[in-house]
Design a protein around this ligand. Sequence first.
Ligand SMILES: O=C(O)CCC(=O)C(=O)O
Length: 292
Amino acid sequence: MKALQVLGFKLMRKMPPQLRNRISSSIAKRIGKLDIDAERSSFIEKGSIGRHIASLCEQGYTELDRPLPAEKIEAIKDFLGTLKCYDPYHPEHGDFSIDNVPPETHVGHYRREDLVSNPDIMAAANDEGILKMVQEFLGAKPTISNVTIWWSFGGRSKAEHAQLFHRDLDDYRFCKLFIYLTDVSSETGPHIFVKNSSNANKLLKIRRYTDEEIKQAFGQENIIELSRPKGSAFLVNTYGFHKGMLPKAGNRLLLQVQYSLKPIAVETYHPGKRAGNIQYDNYINRLLLEQK
Ligand SMILES: O=C(O)CCC(=O)C(=O)O
């Protein structure tokens, strides 16, 4: 079964946007929607949801109205202080703490299994305004298919991996929530998103692209640098072109949640314990949290 899913995943990755959209719509119809009360959101103002959904669907991203509050960021950082990081691109470095980072390492990720036990992280992932926007974007109730936090370290000489422009190809339709846990300036590795590239039928070959190629294809005016204060949150359809700019100085800490139609076929999920008695929707959280 897993082998078939992985084969389907490989085929999906090669499909052009229009075919992906047709298939997503038929998967979404079979999944159906939930009744979600977006008014209870901590991230969006009353009455603004339609504008956010339109922006996410048409331009490929939307910036949320309210930040994650400073006290939540501090609580998350205190929790991270009890954990170690690893570099997924250089597993040979093993686990390291953030005051002892190997010099060649560009990124330090925390483990999903640890993060899902934190109530502030999971509350952000399950914010009803966010779930409602994502549901309208996907056309179906969302599946949380990843929760991750990582450091991008400054002072490295050359951009690598996700620091170069690329499309994500994780599912037929998916998007990601970004929340900055540090202030992010042009110097400290802002997320860069190419507006209007998510539905564009260009540059479909799977590879990393240079800044010049992206500028030629989409125009400088569509390349959006998201330098923002800590707490800032945005939803992005990362099938559109994006990268994390190589930080020149200082480190960036980012919380990211992925929402998709289906589980990501190449991932292995080990649902973890919920913090306390928190009630989150079983379906939405089924890959990451034990059922209640
Ligand atoms: O670090 C960033 O801002 C880019 C992240 C990225 O490429 C991704 O999540 O696919």
